[in-house]
Design a protein around this ligand. Structure first.
Ligand code: ADP
Ligand code: MG
Length: 602
């Protein structure tokens, strides 16, 4: 007797079913994707017992012809392709014709459907054995009911997750699916209770806010010709999740996993968030189907892109565009405060200040702050560049270019500031109030660090003032540091340091920035190298800039006068990201007036 025998088709299909459906969530995925392929604009998912007792998916799509119903549940029967070449241009989710066959071979399965102008029909299938097609009362679309899932495969049933975790997994899928298919109404009913609903009018941004339970979400987009559009909705950097699993990705409405594209989102945050925490985000990629191979994964949970590195850059760019809007939102808020409060008086004061400031030459001449921050503030991006609309209205002729901008004068009226310094706390924090009554507590060191970081980056490391040392300073380094030093030479030069490698393990510092001449130059230099090396290990790109911003910033414990603090605060809100320092530490603690009022039972 032959030892090799062909499996009967029912056994083969049960085995194949394992590839497509091994958990209730896969059933939901296949059925909702089919509904979307059928042009549905409303999909309802009902389930009981985490899906292993009962799953029902109802849609209002185009339905199936009466005569096609028996075919729909047959393996390799599909209406979506007819030859292998079609696989590469298919825009629908399914095309293998496997899902309904697989699901109906491991459950009690009923499909009811009507195609417009045709007779409504239904077919019941019992673990792979189909009954005859019967007339059905259904009046629109398709409804598929799956019950007793895997009861004929006790081993697989035994390995299922608990109903609770299966429910959570399915809800997560439905939310993900809805965010990348905004416009489609999606309703989830678990054990008789509606647990989620995406309305047809909900935009992706609105859905993201709902799904992430966050208000601060922004949309960024990147469009490339007509073949690719990437939309990303992502949370404010203050939203910090412990895992990457709140980053959701969809391609042409298909829910996928893609570690590389997830990383593209994370990378866009690398300057504004500490390592090992992640934003919540959803990435919706719309791409020409021919640039995509969806045939590499049995459940189509992964796809292969024709140009993955290009797509990576698009996702990162779109995420950065969304992030940039948070800064814009801060300015818009300031404008709102301005317009809300003493509208006329406020505007008048501003124009007075601007005018009188124009007449002044150098406000630092007659008011030297205790801590000299004048150098960076003089070249900090000026207000009018950063928020043109807020200020354009307040005076007749906005200056043409940044260089000719007036300086804010030391005589500036506190009421015209959006963030009014109240004082310093513990020589470490700057307390500010807004006209609205919000309280801001600002960490002076990280705030200054953020200002310097952007200044240094923007100025492309223009050389800081430095001096050739009369007597070079000799510094010792270990082997690792010696290897690293030459790669830092250019950046160190722009920060005012020059050095020569000696024989042995010594380095001669020949030039140093004027600021450090009074300090221990050798110690300063070796600490910079040490810090830069450590940062480089944590894979920062512009570690020299980060190190120098940190070292040159005011420290916690430095006493600042009000004038200096106000300038620091103004400059902070002119940066791209006033919320986190280059290492990702938070800069501002914001206590809204409403929260204060609540505390005092007002
Ligand atoms: P595939 O989606 O790969 O074609 P399926 O087994 O999922 O294979 O479905 C088989 C066929 O049944 C589909 O090609 C489609 O013609 C039809 N079908 C399945 N679900 C629906 C639905 N909800 N609405 C309309 N037609 C459907
Ligand atoms: Mg399908």
């Amino acid at each position: 007797m032959a030892e090799i025998k062909k499996l009967d088709s029912l056994t083969a299909s049960k085995i194949a079913a394992g590839e497509v459906v091994d958990r209730p969530v896969n059933v939901v995925k296949e059925l909702t994707e089919n509904a979307l392929d059928a042009g549905a604009t409303k999909i309802t998912v009902e389930l009981e017992g985490g899906g292993s007792d009962y799953i029902r998916v109802t849609d209002n799509g185009r339905g199936i012809k009466f005569e096609d119903l028996p075919l729909a549940i047959e393996r390799f029967a599909t209406s979506k392709i007819s030859s292998v070449e079609d696989v590469y241009s298919v825009s629908t989710f399914g095309f293998r014709g496997e899902a309904l066959a697989a699901i109906s071979s491991v459950s009690h399965f009923t499909i009811k459907s009507i195609r417009e102008g045709d007779r409504p029909g239904e077919v019941a299938v019992n673990y792979g054995t189909a009954a005859d097609t019967r007339p059905s009362p259904i009046s629109k679309g398709t409804q598929i009911t799956v019950s007793k899932l895997f009861d004929n495969l006790p081993v697989r049933k035994k390995f299922l997750k608990s109903p609770r975790s299966s429910e959570a997994e399915i809800l997560r899928f439905i939310k993900h699916f809805s965010m990348v298919n905004a416009g489609v109404e999606i309703i989830a009913v678990f054990d008789g209770t509606e647990v989620y609903r995406a309305y047809p009018a909900d935009t992706m941004l609105e859905l993201a806010k709902k799904v992430f339970s966050e208000d601060k979400v922004q949309l960024g987009e990147k469009v490339h010709g007509t073949s690719i559009k990437v939309s990303v909705c992502t949370t404010h950097p203050s939203v910090q999740r412990k895992r990457r699993d709140s980053i959701f990705i969809g391609v042409n409405g298909r829910v996928i996993k893609d570690p590389a594209l997830t990383q593209a989102v994370v990378q866009a945050y690398h300057r504004v968030m500490p390592p090992n925490v992640y934003p919540a985000a959803v990435v919706d990629i719309r791409i020409d189907p021919s640039a995509l191979d969806v045939n590499i994964h049995p459940a189509k949970a992964e796809v292969r892109f024709e140009a993955p590195s290009q797509l990576f850059a698009y996702v990162r760019d779109a995420t950065e565009a969304a992030l940039a809007k948070f800064t814009a939102a801060v300015y818009a808020e300031q404008e709102e405060i301005l317009n809300e409060g003493q509208v006329e008086a406020g505007k008048k004061k501003i124009s007075e200040v601007v005018m009188s400031a124009q007449e002044r030459k150098d406000p630092f001449m007659h008011a030297r702050p205790a801590f000299d921050l004048s150098r960076e503030f003089k070249s900090a991006p000026v207000k009018e560049q950063a928020r043109p609309d807020a200020y354009a209205e307040t005076y007749q002729q906005p200056p043409e270019n940044g260089a000719a901008q007036p300086e804010p004068a030391d005589g500036i009226q506190p009421e015209t500031e959006q963030f009014i310094v109240i004082g310093q706390l513990a020589d470490t924090y700057i307390l500010c109030g807004t006209p609205r009554g919000d309280l801001m507590i600002i960490d002076q060191h990280v705030a200054h660090e953020r200002i310097l970081y952007e200044k240094y980056r923007m100025e492309k490391l223009q050389a800081l003032p430095s001096m050739t040392l009369f007597e070079p300073v000799v510094v010792k380094f270990d082997d690792e540091e010696l290897l690293f030093l030459p790669s830092m030479a250019d950046e160190l030069a722009s920060f005012g340091y020059s050095f020569e490698l000696f024989g042995g393990k010594e380095v001669k510092v020949t030039r140093a920035p004027v600021d450090v001449l009074k300090k221990d130059i050798g110690k300063e230099f070796s600490e910079i190298i040490h810090d830069a090396m450590n940062l480089r290990k944590s894979s920062s790109q512009d570690y020299a800039v980060v190190v120098m911003s940190c070292r040159n910033a005011v420290k916690a414990g430095d006493k600042l006068d009000r004038y200096t603090m106000q300038h620091l605060v103004n400059a902070l809100f002119e940066t791209q990201n006033p919320h986190t320092c280059p290492h990702g530490r938070p800069i501002i603690y914001h206590l809204p007036a409403a929260d204060l009022a609540k505390k005092f039972n007002r």
